[in-house]
Design a protein around this ligand. Sequence first.
Ligand code: SF4
Length: 245
Amino acid sequence: MGGVPAVSLLRISEIFGPTIQGEGALIGQATVFVRLGGCDYRCSWCDSLHAVESEYRHTWAAMETEAVWERITALSGGRPLTVTISGGNPAIQDCGPLIERGRASGYRFALETQGSVARNWFSRLEPLVLSPKPPSSGETPDWDRFDDCLKAAGEAEAILKIVVFDETDYLWARDVAACYPALPVYLQPGNHTPPPPEAEDAEIDMDGITDRMDWLVSRTLADGWFEARVLPQLHVLIWGNKRGV
Ligand code: SF4
């Protein structure tokens, strides 16, 4: 018996670029962002609530993989680059077909997730950025699920990125990194973002960001934690909380 093949739809919050990656291992690199809507967490300091809370769902578009791919190629002028998939938690949707479509044309895909949902297509990422949320987020990672994500990545490059707001977060980050010594670790001072719609126009607390960066660098060096790389959010320094840049 025949039937209409299922069409895979992605809930898209925004697609923009090319711009530069503002954080983590690919900082400074040209990229197109694909931000997916929906998240299984509710971090107290989330800076992407427009891609998390259901009250913003009306701003998300249900797009077929091919339509997302056409948008990426239009934005990049058909020149292969790194596509960054973020959210929300992009792992709650099936990004596999999009990744395969892009890889066939020479594009590279990086994805950031908190590590709560494992997907077999993690093995196709370059890299998989695992960003477990520290105590200040109000969330508690499920480490079995986190380990499943690492297993799903297999031989693919995986990176640990941890946002740090305070001493408790810092000590937690150290413990987590010690449990995963094979993963390169990136620390990022937290940015207190007000909730939308004020978020975009809000004055950036540059002094606060600089102070936290200064403290985190000093804390890490004084601790002799020389494997950790401490980076600010470059896009926040340049553009503040503005979206789509
Ligand atoms: Fe926001 Fe990320 Fe936390 Fe989801 S996991 S609520 S997107 S900070």
